[in-house]
Design a protein around this ligand. Structure first.
Ligand code: GLA
Length: 731
């Protein structure tokens, strides 16, 4: 059993292969967090806690005069607000009398031999062969009707532990939940760095590493989505941790809305890290019998560096978060119309593109923005999900038939959550948009956001999506979301419930996606929010791939895909070969390099095939063959970051599960006269087996390759790339 309970139901150990997470419900009923780290035998580690009389750190009534017992110093599972722990808390309550104390004490526990679900939200699920276990600990608020159920999930082999929280109102008087984070980690000892993933539109997820000190480090989003600017995933690690050595912990939130992730040392040098829904612009009213569910945090642990941590996340997200037909099957190589035509297309143009695509071995045509309503630029039409047959020169059904007739699949772009003021939908239902009465709304891309908390809005969208998808025989949907949310106000939740709207918006999006996928279980959904503005674990529950960034420049993509790879599997990163000069940066890179960079994700093209040379067409055929050849290696293999972007070159590697085959890709990112040699490391091989390398034809033992590495026979020129393979041989 991964979960063990001892000492009369008060000592809880969650064991994974390499880690142990321990809690103890002490004599005062406080749920202490005693340990998270390298696997132990499960002994009670409360002895690690050093208690002393710390001035200005008060003592709860149960401490019976013991001045050394203070919530302000103890490591806890559910630090709460207003009762003497002055550090950052997980939970804040506002009672009817205006008081704000939240004092939770242990009540009981339950264990289940399967993974728990989170109401209305994504969560890691059991996939038959591999089943998680669940521990639920119930805590009762001392003086009100509030109770909390703390959920812990354990995936033993994957070294993954999950947490989620449910707050219940078990009485008659109302309670307002003013803050409800999903997870707190308290470390009594040690120095830690916090790695966050920060960015902006078209430059997402650059890792930033900072030492955790007493000044609070915090990232988050108040944009209504998880955002381009900060990702809801962070790493805590020892200062000396590298790709291959040292301890590290991942915190990854399965949620697509506002979030916070913070870490800080307290007065005694203890580190506290928290994650969950952002408490700003949040409050949730719980009437009699109501409950609130906070999203799941996926915790990972590695005792040997970031590579292992990432591989564990890749596996758990691929196998227990992604769902549907395309979870394991090969993804179709697609041609997306966006950078090929933008808004300027009709049926004949699209069919001509599809013919070229089919001839080159591409497997799907995706018709991006512009096929509906009045939509020749991005100022109008959103919400009017009716085919513009005049512009298209026929119906979508006919177009679908022509495309299917060429042996291609047919994909379509939607942006369901949005509405243009210049649309029939907005003219008919202005109250369906999020905007504050009496104030001019903020426009983003000249559009407003629909109130996804409303069932009638979702019903309309579901009806339109289902109708179009069914009639035109759509195989794939790109689900976009192109602005940040503000002017938060819903007619349905106006007044004191307005603080619920951001969260209810996210629940509404999940509900619509779930309904849509129930109706079309075989459809491939690709998530998107101006590229990677909603690239989070929650979205992977619905869409096994997400358009990684609107930036298709191969060199910028090195950074974006590098940062994304710390948590998210390569198979989840939509990545396309586009034209040069690149539309976002103006940079010119070789066609081959663009192929190698796009290959390391869910592969496709995003350019006008009429404009590429015969030589490039031949390369497309080769690239597609390569993608197929390396498909399972890239989708399911172990991924290693070898050389980070920012140096002379960037390199990465995939190794298959049996360790018989490895693939390394290296992109030269700078040029110099009289260049120095390029030497790369090799990782993940079996030391005692022999491998032949495609670069120099030599066969050495895995041990030798991993120890000595490889020197390239020629130094690639700026932006050139090389692809190198190692095959296991008898020698
Ligand atoms: C967003 C997406 C792009 C494209 C456009 C269409 O920016 O990220 O890929 O679909 O919208 O308007």
């Amino acid at each position: 059993m991964a979960i063990s309970v001892e000492e009369n139901g008060r000592l809880f150990n969650l064991h994974t292969e390499d880690s142990t997470y321990q809690m103890y419900a002490d004599e005062c009923g406080v749920l202490l967090h005693t340990y998270y780290g390298k696997r132990t035998e499960g002994e009670n580690l409360t002895g690690l806690i050093y208690q002393a009389d710390v001035g200005f750190s008060g003592n709860p009534e149960e401490a019976a005069g013991n001045r050394e017992y203070s919530l302000d110093c103890l490591p806890q599972e559910l630090p709460s607000d207003g009762v003497g722990d002055y550090r950052e808390s997980c939970i804040s309550l506002l009672h009817e009398d205006g008081s704000m104390a939240a004092d939770f004490r242990f009540e009981g526990y339950e264990i289940f031999p399967y993974s728990y679900k989170v109401e209305g939200m994504p969560a890691l699920y059991d996939n038959g062969e591999e089943t998680g276990e669940t521990l639920v600990i119930t805590m009762r608020e001392k003086a009100s009707n509030a109770a909390v159920r703390l959920f812990y999930g354990v995936f033993e082999k994957e070294n993954i532990i999950t947490r989620a929280v449910r707050v219940e109102n078990r009485g008659k008087s109302g309670i307002v939940l003013a803050k409800c984070l999903s997870c707190c980690l308290d470390y009594q000892f040690g120095e830690y760095d916090l790695i966050t993933f920060a960015g902006r539109h078209v430059m997402e997820r650059t890792p930033e590493r900072s030492r955790i000190r007493r000044t609070k480090l915090e990232v988050g989003s108040l944009r209504g989505t998880s955002s381009h600017q900060y990702n809801p995933s962070v790493i805590l690690c020892a200062p000396e941790t590298t790709e291959d050595s040292g301890e590290c912990y991942g915190m990854c939130l399965a949620y697509s809305g506002n979030f916070t992730a913070c870490a800080q040392k307290d007065q005694r040098g203890q580190t506290r890290a928290l994650m969950g829904i952002h408490p700003e612009k949040f409050s949730f009213r719980l009437g009699e019998g109501d409950a609130f569910d906070a999203p799941q945090v996926i915790l990972g642990y590695s005792d040997s560096g970031f590579a292992k941590l990432s591989q564990q996340y890749h596996k758990i997200l691929r196998e227990h978060m992604c769902r549907g037909k395309y979870q394991y099957t090969k993804r179709p190589v697609l041609l997306n119309s966006w950078e090929a035509t933008y808004f300027d297309f009709n049926k004949e143009k699209l069919v001509a593109l599809a013919e070229l695509a089919a001839d080159l071995g591409i497997e799907m045509l995706v018709l991006d923005d512009g096929w509906f309503g009045k939509r020749d630029d991005d100022n109008s039409g959103l919400g009017d999900w009716y085919v513009n047959e005049k512009k298209l020169g026929g119906s979508l059904k006919e177009l679908g038939e022509r495309i299917h007739g060429l042996g291609l699949k047919f994909g379509l772009w939607f942006e369901p959550e949005m509405v243009s003021e210049d649309s029939d939908l907005y003219r008919a239902h202005p109250d369906w948009a999020l905007q504050i009465p009496g104030r001019e709304p903020n426009r983003g891309r000249n559009q407003l956001v629909l109130d996804m908390s409303r069932e009638d809005v979702r019903d309309y969208l579901y009806g339109r999506l289902a109708d179009i998808v069914e009639n035109a025989g759509i195989d794939y949907v790109k689900w976009d979301m192109n602005r940040s949310i503000c002017d938060i106000y819903s007619h349905q939740y106006a007044g004191s419930r307005n603080g619920e709207v951001y969260h209810r918006f996210v629940l509404g999006v999940y509900d619509l996606m779930e309904r849509f996928l129930n109706r079309f279980p075989d459809i491939l959904l690709e998530g998107c929010s101006g590229g990677g503005g909603r690239f989070d674990a929650g979205m992977l529950y619905y869409s096994p791939q997400i358009w990684c960034s609107d930036n298709t420049d191969a060199v910028n993509r090195l950074e974006i895909q590098y940062g994304t790879s710390f948590f998210y599997p390569l198979s989840s990163m939509g990545s396309h070969v586009s034209a040069v000069p690149n539309h976002q940066t103006g940079r010119v890179t070789p066609f081959r390099t663009r192929g190698h960079v796009a290959l390391s994700g869910s592969f496709g093209y995003e350019l006008d095939l009429n404009k590429i040379s015969e030589e490039e067409k031949a390369m497309v055929r080769e690239q597609i063959k390569d993608f197929r050849r390396y498909d399972s290696l890239i989708r399911e293999g172990d991924y290693y970051r070898l050389a980070a972007p920012g140096g002379r070159f960037c390199a990465w590697e995939f190794v298959d599960g049996k360790k018989e085959h490895a693939l390394q890709i290296l992109v030269m990112t700078s040029a110099e006269g009289n260049p120095l040699p390029v030497h790369t490391v090799v990782k993940g091989l079996l030391p005692d087996k022999n491998y032949r390398c495609s670069e120099n034809g030599r066969a050495y033992s895995g041990k030798t390759w991993m120890g000595a590495g490889l020197t390239l026979h020629a130094v690639p020129k700026e932006y050139e790339s090389v692809l190198i393979e190692w095959e296991m041989v008898d020698r």
